[in-house]
Design a protein. Structure first.
Length: 240
């Protein structure tokens, strides 16, 4: 579904990110993009979603180039950034305005997700706390049912009970043919949630592998924090 070839991104002439990255991500999987702050996770996500443009190389999503911002691309994607801008609208009005952009949007599912998160649709988004805003956008993103769902640090700003709610919701709300890409520097937040692991450091992908295969090779890899720290300190792991 996502195909990246020879990707380079320059913030300036001295800072070259990704170093000619080649990467393929398949539909029907939940990927965890793990890395410390500043590793390049957000830049990669914004390139995939068409908000940043590679200096050289390319990225396609189902054969579409994100940077062209075509309608048929935009309606297949929902992106939740780490910090969400919210308009002064209640959730009912937000649905009326933004739901029509997504042909597969399910309002009944959204209302169900909001109930699970304990958020009233009568509330104005700009009056919600940071964590509540994040949960409202996660609920909306899941309700779009887009083929590609990208979340940058979705658990940042959530308290422990909300993180539990998030994991439970993700387990049953993601569709079987959907590609979900989640980034975090708090790697334990994605334990038992992801199908495949991407570990990034210094704008390079150090590891890309199905979690089940990693656990088969070493049962300790079921602990994402162990896997993350081992990968950063052990050169035996390489992208395949």
């Amino acid at each position: 579904m996502i195909k990246i070839r020879e990707l380079h991104y320059h913030y300036n002439k001295h800072q070259n990110l990704f170093g000619g990255l080649d990467l393929d991500l398949d539909a029907g999987k939940v990927y965890g993009l793990l890395g410390k702050n500043g590793a390049g996770k957000s830049t990669l996500m914004r390139t995939i979603t068409g908000l940043l443009f590679p200096t050289t190389g390319y990225c396609t999503v189902d054969g579409l180039h994100p940077g062209r911002r075509e309608q048929r691309f935009l309606e297949r994607l929902f992106f939740i950034p780490e910090e969400c801008y919210v308009p002064a609208l209640n959730i009912h009005r937000f649905i009326e305005i933004y739901a029509p952009f997504y042909p597969t949007f399910s309002e009944p599912d959204l209302r169900s997700y909001l109930v699970e998160f304990g958020i009233s649709a009568d509330r104005s988004l700009n009056q919600l706390s940071f964590g509540q805003r994040k949960k409202a956008f996660i609920a909306f993103g899941l309700a779009t049912k887009t083929p590609l769902l990208v979340m940058d640090e979705p658990t940042n700003g959530l308290d422990i009970p909300s993180k539990v709610q998030f994991r439970e919701l993700m387990r049953h709300a993601a569709t079987p043919d959907q590609l979900v890409l989640l980034s975090t520097h708090q790697v334990r937040d994605l334990d038992e949630l992801i199908d495949a692991v991407l570990i990034m450091d210094d704008s390079r992908i150090l590891l890309k592998e199905d979690k089940s295969l990693l656990v088969e090779q070493d049962p300790r890899s079921n602990d994402l924090e162990f896997l993350f720290n081992t990968t950063l300190n052990n050169s035996k792991y390489k992208i395949r």
